[in-house]
Ligand binder design. Sequence first.
Ligand SMILES: [Zn+2]
Ligand SMILES: [Zn+2]
Length: 268
Amino acid sequence: MLKKVNFHTHTALCRHAEGMEADYVLAAKQAGLQTLGFSDHGPYPDNRFNVRMQYGELDGHLRRVRELQARFLMEMDILAGLEIEYCYDMDSYYESLFQQRHLDYLLLGQHGFYSSSGAFINSFDMPSDTTLLLDYAKTVCDGMRTGFFSILAHPDLPFLNDLVWDENCREACRRILYTAGETGVLLELNANGIRRGQKAYSDGLRYPYPYPLFWQEAARAGLPVLVGSDCHSPSLIWDGAMEEAFRLAGEWGLHLTDHLEHWYTPSR
Ligand SMILES: [Zn+2]
Ligand SMILES: [Zn+2]
């Protein structure tokens, strides 16, 4: 029997969500969660991406999470994490999040990446050229191999774009699955794509993500999978989209888990 857990939780600090830390804890308590992991969009010291908390807000956020952790110690496990991209120039920053700010985990959410020709690609707005999916896969695989990340959020996010499945797609998915297996980074089946509703794509009516072909391959590989709410409102912490995610996981024969396999240990 799986424990009720969620490691993918946002707050109003990201400027596209509602509810502060305490509101999510109360919602988690009502939903009967045993573990609540905060993973709001992580800021960078140079505030390079917008629509997220500012770097100057990070310590206040972590302090509030730690206070709630202490207050609800007997009722649930509250963890302090962040959802963040893998940027090749930021290894020392990720390291410092563990060493100096004592973060519990990082969730890799590759919302943008650089193509092999050096162009910045928004994962939510990708051209139909599927070679870009290989660049996406390279970035997330390199990220997983650093050891900083415990979970790969919505690995299949690029399929929110109308990509036509081909050999590049197959190869990119294979590399992601292989690297997840090799590193112990958990794949996240993300409920937020379900909240976007089914849409007409070239390959038929489907959710933007989760993308069936990716998950059927993950099931065949026997990789452990974590269902993530990716809630941007306390009312969505355990909603119909979560129930649908579990239903799909059953349909695809996924091996679900309720705990992290890999935790980063700072070097000193
Ligand atoms: Zn968000
Ligand atoms: Zn998220």
